[in-house]
Design a binder for this molecule. Sequence first.
Ligand code: FAD
Length: 447
Amino acid sequence: MAPNKLNGPSTCTPEVSLQGEYSVDRVSRERVSQDAGRYRTKVPAGVLRPASVEDIQEIVRRCAREGIPVAARGLANTTDGQGLTDGVLIDMTALDTIHEIGADYAIVDAGADWLQLTNAANARGLTPPALTGFLGLTFGGTLSLGGIPPAIQSGGQVDSVIELEVVTGTGELRTCSAEHDKELFEAVLAGLGQYGIITRATVRLGVAPERVRGHELSYSELSEFFRDFRTLLHRSEVSELYGEFGEGQHLSAFTFHQAAEPPDDAYVLRDLTPTETTISDNDFLPHVTRIDVAVEELRAALDWDHRAKPWLTVWLPETTAERYVTEVLDNLTPTDIGAGGFVLLYAHRRAKLTRPSLRLPQDDGSDWVYLFTLMTATTDFSEDLLTRNRTLYDRARALGGTRYPIESVVFTQADWADHYGDRWPHLQQLKHTTDPAGILTPGPGVF
Ligand SMILES: Cc1cc2nc3c(=O)[nH]c(=O)nc-3n(C[C@H](O)[C@H](O)[C@H](O)COP(=O)(O)OP(=O)(O)OC[C@H]3O[C@@H](n4cnc5c(N)ncnc54)[C@H](O)[C@@H]3O)c2cc1C
């Protein structure tokens, strides 16, 4: 591999003619040499801001011919260098058009973000069905990972995709869906950028709720928190449910509703035993965009973007989740979390998570799976934090868990084979046909 082969004139080389901007100057390359983790650095040889899908095809063909690695970059919110490369980096945010919003779907460029679509759809009384807590994430980014919301029954963002347009590792442009080219569709959704670069997506929209009733509950005992968390989850009367740990344990339950039909607080809270309860009301749009506002505040107050974030996120079967979370929280120190750090627990109905590349925990007979995230933020990064994550991952694995690879666990190829289980031989074969030169998205080290 010779990553600097594409160095040269900044718009075109004799072999590649591009409508967009291909930059090789140090400032442009260093600007995209890190992700949200802030502890890994890879300076690409060149950065393409494509003006069209043809530009992406052109550069991928050239990279394939010459064996140069190539990665798409969305808003770089992954933490362990998943989207970094010393080859060619394609800045997908250059293509961020919302092409169409229909009665129940939208067609978007992969470099657009969910906040853009949420705002545009809301103006028509519509919403994407699965919204991540934070919406400043591109379509290409979350559709390559999963896009798991605090909602408990919506499925992930990958589950609401109708059709994708993908440039494979040979530069071929393919349109795929559950009906057409299904193998590629299922490989690419939550496929970590290994089989193609998503350039466009058609995603489902539904009617936006008007209002959101919030019930925020505090607990002094973790066991009480879990009892009520499970009660609310199994009743499934609320729309969103998550836990947050730090100073005590807090449970947040939000119920989406139309203005004329508010939920009955006493009914929602029946038989629960929090030490404190706060009830709130909000419109839908400010509710689903509030974490974006909070992240802006963290950025301003703590220079949050520049803190190292060696995060850990694991899926757990319901039957072992309480044991795992209790063990982890018992051993966490304040520096494991850090200022601007969070510890969160989501849960989701297993049957709604339908994409095979999103690896779920062992089936324990429960309808529910849990997603635990340790979002460390620190100004004092050390490799020990990655060792900690590996130990915590191994423990989750032993309890039937899997990893949600938005984050930071050092993984070998044997770990990836284990991660994909029965699906591994099929994925190896698909990799061979969609990316024969093995150039796409080297960051996670899957192949
Ligand atoms: C504050 C915060 C909150 C978050 N909350 C949630 C949450 O609630 N739920 C959740 O599931 N996740 C959450 N995440 C994680 C987030 O979903 C992932 O990090 C996601 O990848 C972010 O999208 P991005 O645009 O930043 O992608 P990037 O980090 O830029 O890319 C992610 C990976 O996908 C590849 N990629 C990017 N674009 C494409 C493309 N077009 N085609 C193929 N491959 C591509 C990249 O090469 C990289 O390997 C959160 C992250 C942060 C920082």
